[in-house]
Design a binder for this molecule. Structure first.
Ligand SMILES: *Cc1c(COP(=O)(O)O)cnc(C)c1O
Length: 454
C-alpha cells in the first residue's frame, strides 16, 4: 500500500484527534503546534518537516547522554534478546542484581537496600509508605505526618502531590490530599540586599527547628529536593542547609527523605547532591536520569536499620506488601547499567564542570538585563527569572504567559526550552558541546528579550 509521506501537519491532526497530552490545556493546541519527532541524535530532535530542535531540557530532565546513544542502544538490544521482563517477587535477574550492587556502592555510605518502582512519583509513594510503616513496626503509631518545604515538588500521584507545594498542580486536588506541614524554603533568591545565602540557610533551619520541636512526635519524615527545587522554579540552596537538616532530623527522631529524582546522576556537579553536604538520608529516591532517559524506572535506597524493622516471621504482618507490575524491569535496568558504565568510562563530572561554567559565561550579559533577575547555576542546571524590573521583587502576572512567548520564540530558532512560569532554565544533556551551548545561550537571551517586551 502506498502511504503519503509523513508530515508535521498530518501527524499533528491525527495526534489531536486521539491524544490527551500531559500537563497541557489541550485548547492551547488550536494555535500552538504539536511537534511530532521522527528521530533523535545527541542533543538534537528532528521533526517530519526537516526542522531540528536542541533539547535544552533533556526531555523533561531525563536524558543524560543524548538521544540514540550508541552504548545504551547496544546494551538494550543485547538485553532484549535475553529477557524483556520477569516478575520480581520470588524471582530475580542479573541486571537488577548488578544495578542494585552498583547503586549501593555509588550512593552515600549507609544506604544498603534497594527497592524498585517504575516512575518517580511511585518511588516517592514507596518512601512515604516505608517511613510511616517503619515507625508503625517500631511501635510509634502517632507518626503519620510529613514535613515538606515551600515550593517543593515530588510528583503527581496523590501521596506525592500531598507533600509537594506547587499550587498550580496541587490546589485543584486539595480535597483529596493528606495534610502536610509546610516549612520555609532555603531558596537563596530570598536574600535581601546585603544578605548572603548563609543567612537564608540559618533562617530556614531555624524555622525547621521550631516546626520539629512542635510536631516531631507526629512526624514520620522530612522530604526535600537536595540543592535544587526544580519544578517549583529551579530554586537553589546552600549544601549547609542539608547538613543542618540531617542534624535536626536525627535530634528529633524523624526520617530524612532525599528526592534526587531530578538532581541525581551528576546534575548538581556531584554524582548525588547529598554528597555536597556529606550526608546520608534515610531514603534516597532516584529516577529520571537513572536510565539515561530511556525507560521508566525508579529506585528507593534505604538503610539496613529500616530494612530490619520489616524483617520478621510472616504472621507478624510487618512486611512491606507494596508492588508495581513492572518493578525492576530488566530492560530498564540494562539501560541504567549502560548509563552508569558511561560515568565509569568517561570523565563526565569533570566535563560538566567546564560545560556548566561555559553556560554561565555565555549568559553573563543577562546580569545587566533590565528584565533578568537571579541568574543562578548549580552544576548543569542554570536558571533566570523574567521580571518587570530585575531589581524589584514584583513578578509578571501568570496571565501574561511570558514563558509561553519564550517557548514559541525558542522553537522558531531551533531550541526546546520549556519555561516554568516566568523562569527560563537550561538543563541540557551532558553530551552537549561548546558550540551547541553558545547557540543555545544565544537563543535563550533572544527569547528572554522578546518575552519581556511589552
Ligand atoms: C519529576 C519529579 C518527580 C516525579 O517523577 P515522575 O517520574 O514524573 O513521576 C518527583 N520528584 C522530583 C524532584 C521530580 O523532579
Amino acid at each position: 500500500m502506498n502511504r503519503p509521506p509523513l508530515t508535521n501537519a498530518g501527524l499533528m491532526a491525527r495526534d489531536l484527534s486521539v491524544l490527551w497530552h500531559p500537563c497541557t490545556q489541550m485548547k492551547d493546541h488550536e494555535r500552538l503546534p504539536v511537534i511530532p519527532i521522527a528521530r533523535g541524535e545527541g542533543v538534537w530532535l528532528y521533526d517530519f518537516d526537516g526542522q531540528r530542535y536542541l533539547d535544552a531540557i533533556s526531555s523533561w530532565w531525563v536524558n543524560l547522554f543524548g538521544h540514540a546513544n550508541p552504548h545504551i542502544n547496544a546494551r538494550l538490544r543485547d538485553q532484549l534478546d535475553r529477557l524483556e521482563h520477569v516478575i520480581l517477587a520470588g524471582f530475580s535477574h542479573e541486571p537488577v542484581i548488578e544495578l542494585s550492587e552498583k547503586l549501593v556502592a555509588l550512593t552515600p555510605p549507609g544506604l544498603s537496600r534497594v527497592f524498585y518502582a517504575d516512575n518517580g512519583s511511585s518511588g516517592i509513594e514507596v518512601a512515604l509508605k516505608m517511613s510511616f510503616h517503619y515507625w508503625l513496626n517500631t511501635g510509634l503509631t502517632n507518626k503519620r505526618k510529613f514535613i515538606t518545604l515551600r515550593h517543593s515538588y515530588h510528583g503527581e500521584t496523590l501521596g506525592a502531590l500531598s507533600v509537594g507545594d506547587v499550587s498550580l498542580f496541587k490546589s485543584t486536588y486539595q480535597p483529596l490530599l493528606m495534610e502536610a506541614i509546610t516549612v520555609a524554603s532555603p531558596d537563596c533568591a530570598q536574600r535581601t540586599p546585603g544578605e548572603d545565602c548563609a543567612a537564608i540557610t540559618l533562617r530556614a533551619l531555624e524555622a525547621m527547628r521550631e516546626t520539629l520541636e512542635q510536631h516531631a512526635q507526629d512526624v514520620c519524615a522530612v522530604i526535600i529536593e537536595p540543592l535544587v527545587q526544580c519544578a517549583g522554579g529551579m530554586r537553589m540552596h546552600n549544601p549547609a542547609y542539608l547538613a543542618g537538616l540531617r542534624e535536626l532530623c536525627d535530634a528529633h527522631g524523624v526520617h530524612l527523605i532525599a528526592d534526587e529524582i531530578a538532581v541525581g546522576f551528576g546534575r548538581t556537579g556531584t554524582l548525588f547532591a547529598c554528597e555536597q553536604a556529606g550526608i546520608t538520608p534515610d531514603f534516597l529516591c532516584l529516577s529520571k536520569g537513572l536510565t539515561g532517559g530511556y525507560l521508566p524506572l525508579s529506585a528507593v535506597l534505604t538503610t539496613e536499620r529500616i530494612y530490619d524493622a520489616f524483617y520478621d516471621d510472616y504472621e507478624k504482618l510487618s512486611a512491606f506488601l507494596h508492588s508495581h507490575s513492572y518493578t525492576g524491569n530488566p530492560l530498564a535496568c540494562a539501560a541504567a547499567l549502560a548509563t552508569l558504565e558511561i560515568f565509569e568510562r568517561e570523565p563526565v563530572l569533570e566535563r560538566n564542570r567546564s560545560l556548566g561554567a561555559r553556560m554561565e559565561a555565555q549568559l553573563a550579559p543577562l546580569r545587566d538585563h533590565p528584565h533578568a533577575a537571579h541568574l543562578r547555576r548549580t552544576g548543569m542546571i542554570l536558571a533566570v527569572d523574567m521580571r518587570p524590573d530585575a531589581r524589584k521583587p514584583e513578578e509578571y502576572s501568570w496571565l501574561e504567559r511570558r514563558g509561553l512567548r519564550a517557548y514559541r520564540h525558542a522553537l522558531s530558532r531551533g531550541a526546546l526550552l520549556r519555561p516554568l512560569g516566568n523562569t527560563l532554565y537550561l538543563m541540557p544533556p551532558y553530551v552537549i558541546d561548546e558550540d551547541e551551548i553558545d547557540i543555545l545561550c544565544g537563543v535563550l537571551i533572544e527569547s528572554l528579550d522578546i518575552a519581556t517586551r511589552d
